[in-house]
Design a protein. Structure first.
Length: 200
């Protein structure tokens, strides 16, 4: 099995690339979706309540917007939240890899992880892919999704610059044109991954 780490920055199009990989036959897990699941867990809620106080909705769920506001303006708090969530996320991803390997030893298994480089976790993968888009395009995409320009810039700046991430990549997928162009790029990379997987 080939373990692929897929990353990029906010607004570069990681999820779109993941979906194309999945369509081509790869197994995909999305760290953000894992986090959504974790935030519903009772033990995690308790830890977050202790650390961050009242960031809950009336229904007792975690208000992700409230939490995001806190952690994107306070580096210490961001570290604290990552300390609660990251070990659990990596456990889930590990479980996913084990299950995939059992059912399909020749699989290409892709983990989409926004902070793959920042956490140093990229070292645990056979191959690292970075989805690239210049900052201007990132901002345009985020504001289209309803974020203010300030908020978009803040989010982008809270991550390692995309040009830095590219230095760690085995493959770079440029998401700067049409969806058709992106699909072609992903298909090309997938062919190369298949070749790697057969030697693995």
């Amino acid at each position: 099995m080939l373990k692929v780490g897929l990353t990029g920055s906010i607004g570069t199009g990681k999820s779109t690339v993941s979906k194309i990989f999945e369509r081509l036959g790869a197994y995909v897990i999305d760290a953000d979706k894992v986090v959504h699941g974790l935030l519903k867990r009772k033990d995690i809620k308790e830890k977050i309540r202790k650390e961050f106080g009242d960031v809950f909705t009336e229904e007792g769920e975690i208000d992700r917007k409230k939490l995001a506001k806190i952690v994107f303006t306070d580096a210490e708090k961001k570290k604290k939240l990552e300390g609660i969530l990251h070990p659990e996320v990596f456990k889930e991803i590990q479980k996913f890899f084990e299950e995939v390997e059992k059912k399909d030893p020749d699989a290409i298994a892709v983990a989409e992880i926004p902070l793959l480089i920042e956490t140093g976790n990229y070292k645990n993968y056979d191959t690292v892919i970075v989805v690239y888009a210049p900052e201007q395009i990132q901002i345009e995409r985020l504001t289209k999704k309803g974020m203010s320009k300030d908020e978009a810039v803040k989010r982008i700046k809270s991550q390692l610059p995309i040009d830095e991430k590219v230095k760690y990549a085995d493959f770079v997928i440029y998401n700067t044109g049409s969806v058709e162009q992106l699909e072609k790029e992903v298909e090309n990379v997938y062919k190369k991954l298949k070749a790697l997987a057969s030697k693995h």
